[in-house]
Design a protein around this ligand. Sequence first.
Ligand SMILES: O=C(O)CCC(=O)C1=CC=C[C@@H](O)[C@@H]1C(=O)O
Ligand SMILES: [Mg+2]
Length: 368
Amino acid sequence: MKLVEVTLRHLQMEMKSPFSTSFGTFQMKDFILLEARDEQGTVGYGESVAFSSPWYNEETFKTNWHMLEDFLIPMLLGKELQHPDEVSDLFSAIRKNNMAKSTIEGAVWDIYAQQTNQSLAHALGGTKDQIDVGISIGIQNSVEELIEVVRGYVEEGYKRIKVKIKPGWDVDVMRRLREAFPNVAIMADANSAYRLEDVELLKQLDAFDLTMIEQPLASDDIIDHATLQKQLSTPICLDESIHSLEDARKAVELGSTKVINIKIGRVGGLTEAKKIHDYCMEKGIPVWCGGMLEAGIGRAHNVALTTLPNFILPGDTAGSSRYWEKDIITPEVTVNHGVIHVPQQAGIGYAIDQEAVERYTVMKKTYN
Ligand SMILES: O=C(O)CCC(=O)C1=CC=C[C@@H](O)[C@@H]1C(=O)O
Ligand SMILES: [Mg+2]
């Protein structure tokens, strides 16, 4: 496998409804769609999950474009590759910039799966032909509105409900949500909105039988999370703190986390995501696949990764129609009663919808 041409596209897609977190509200998605072609003419796709502003991590749409154009594409163009795992080895010479690395690595995995005539799920070692999924709901205008939104998704059959919390929108909200839905799997994502001093407040969440509390403390911490976990009965799940297998190992050894949210972009690609999955399986730490409000290519990669056996908790991979009037893949990712049927065709199993891609394209540039 040897990449001979890479095209970067700036796509702009508007979400059906705004998504609010403890960091702010998000509605317009500007992102990079990467198309790579190898010497046999096989085409693979990758999607950058970096947002336009650095509120989730330090990467942005522009830093990703710069890293791909000036470093990552030049490193891969014309390079003979035997296996996609070699990409992250090559990229280890570059610090961080995981979402940029993941964008092109995902396209190489897609090409590899096609050329070995297997689904991406199978190429990764996936064992499931369907996956259970949950849904992540942004902060709403009122608790009443949140309860109605949750009711809709529970009726649709989503296997787990994830809601955002932040100071002032936490204990009372979760109490009323649990009262309304006594038997639904509910978790809370704080996106680092709390400090260790908030431990007494966070302990009140133990009363609501949440499946986990995601990233309550600082986005680069594993020490204070270990201190906090000793005082909470609810499992802590880490998201932003885990950038690599090494981070996962240290967090598990310190007792900072009992569940890990794996996001392909955050950890630098599918190879590292698989390594974290395998390590957590060995240590009895369940994982699930987080979401970054992806369009169809990123969503397809998430579906494939979730087929690995230790993805035993429902993730954030809701259906395309939850986010977009029209997604950039055909068929779109659909969820039926909380289940996605995993495509078995070679590659990611979803075709690109060229008309939609052209419609959303703001600009594009080809490198060869
Ligand atoms: O893609 C989805 O539907 C899940 C989105 C989601 O919950 C998040 C996306 C990006 C940052 C956060 O707000 C949050 C998360 O941390 O998991
Ligand atoms: Mg999160």
